[in-house]
Design a protein around this ligand. Structure first.
Ligand code: NAD
Ligand code: UDP
Length: 389
């Protein structure tokens, strides 16, 4: 971006260049946010993470036009005294760091709770004490299950949006019992939201909370055995991509009846940039960021991904592309699920005028094109290797 271009925000005010501390910059969302900020704004990024693979293309070579505007700090926020100094050096802190794959919630509940609550505490505290603005990434999972899911299966009220649309300032947070450890993540995220909100109310912390609703796109998670552990279980996009790349059946947990709305990462990142550059409109708010028009059951997602991947790869789909598995078999004891997730868009529309644009078919088309180009050869090589006994 040309340094001389004056950019203005939604209220017509010039946007001054910011220094942004991005914690978790090396992850899926962080990598897209770094890309957007470097390509379209004059802001500087202090990129903090324990990994940098997903932003390597932004850090090297030194000749890149934004080379002076991004600095990588390999830091684990669990135990590093440099954290407060970096927050002090920045105008804004964005915290993305988290354990956020459902396969971990019931199998590593302690790590999940520490990561999503305890490790986020110093970030909130240092921002509050030093008068720094914070954008914190929470999750749509804080809503838990819909009210409608407790109605009888044949109740006409299940069709009434009042029983399922999720509203930031009105919907309750409905989790399962404690032995359903799936909810360790949602509960930790809820508590950190409450703490941030209280810091705002009692100590004047300038904050924005983001609740992503299934953002998907290139660089999400990993393909097991290629750029992540062979036995690892990533989120659904990568699980299904992995099966398609290997020509295996896509596993539908408990029949694939749960419903999700998926939003393209590039649409969602536009919303985050609006929050960054319009603090007067974003501070003190919690925002749903999702695409209510892209709702499918997990089974429908599997069918659509199968059709899109056949187009992209030129290889016909399997005759029986899916197989049902129980959640106990797939995730182990303590798994539970959100039944349906439709974001209410009133607040983000009113404050930031943001709307998602990309249809589910289109976003799967670009994402699976990326998956095919990035992984197909590597997967073929792994599959063709004789297994050692
Ligand atoms: P991700 O796992 O790709 O990224 C998280 C990054 O944080 C990783 O690069 C990880 O190395 C880093 N990190 C974790 N703990 C750290 C620590 N102690 N110190 C330093 N770095 C650490 O996940 P993502 O999809 O990019 O999600 C980012 C945030 O958005 C998370 O808070 C997540 O809960 C939230 N979220 C995302 C989605 C989605 O649709 N992708 C949905 C709901 C919530
Ligand atoms: N799921 C599935 N097969 C898989 C992976 C996930 O049926 O191989 C289901 C999972 O049970 C959930 C949905 O897909 O109902 C979305 O899972 P994801 O891991 O993306 O996270 P969530 O949306 O639950 O946070």
């Amino acid at each position: 971006m040309a340094a001389s271009t004056v950019r203005i925000n939604l209220d017509g005010k010039p946007i001054n260049p910011l220094t942004i501390l991005m914690i978790g910059a090396g992850g899926f969302i962080g990598s897209h946010l770094c890309e957007k900020i470097l390509q379209e704004t004059p802001h500087k990024i202090l990129a903090l993470d324990v990994y940098s693979d997903k932003i390597k293309h932004l850090l090297e070579p030194d000749s890149l036009e934004w080379a002076g505007r991004i600095q990588f700090h390999r830091i684990n926020i669990k135990h590093d005294s440099r954290l407060e100094g970096l927050i002090k050096m920045s105008d804004l802190t964005i915290n993305l760091a988290a354990i956020c794959t459902p396969a971990d919630y019931n199998t590593r509940p302690l790590d999940t709770i520490y990561s999503n609550f305890i490790d986020a505490l110093p970030v909130v505290k240092y921002c509050s004490e030093n008068g720094k603005r914070l954008i914190h990434f929470s999750t749509c999972e804080v809503y838990g299950k819909t009210i409608g899911s407790f109605l009888p299966k044949d109740s006409p009220l299940r069709q009434d949006p009042a029983y399922y649309v999720l509203k930031e300032d009105a919907s309750p947070c409905i989790f399962g019992s404690i032995e359903k450890q799936r909810w360790s993540y949602a509960c930790a995220k809820q508590l950190i939201e409450r703490l941030i909100y209280a810091e705002g109310a009692e100590n004047g912390l300038e904050f924005t909370i983001v609740r992503p609703f299934n953002w998907i796109g290139p660089r999400m998670d990993f393909i097991p055995g290629i750029d992540g552990p062979s036995e690892g279980v990533p989120r659904v996009l990568a699980c299904f991509s992995n099966a398609l790349l290997r020509r295996e059946q896509l596993k539908l947990v408990d029949g694939g009846e749960s419903q999700r709305t998926f939003v393209y990462i590039k649409d969602a990142i536009e919303a985050v940039l609006l929050m960054i550059e319009n603090p007067d409109r974003a501070n003190g708010h919690i925002f749903n960021v999702g695409n209510p028009n892209n709702e499918v059951t997990v089974r429908q997602l599997a069918e659509m991904m199968t059709a899109v991947y056949a187009n992209v790869s030129g290889e016909p789909a399997l005759e029986e592309p899916t197989v049902d598995v129980s959640s106990k078999e797939f995730y182990g004891e303590g798994y539970d699920d959100s039944d349906k997730r439709i974001p209410d868009m009133t607040i983000i529309n009113k404050q930031l005028g943001w709307n998602p644009k990309t249809s589910l078919w289109d976003l799967l088309d670009s994402t699976l094109t990326y998956q095919h180009k990035t992984y197909a050869e590597a997967v073929k090589k792994v599959i063709s290797k004789p297994t050692t006994s």
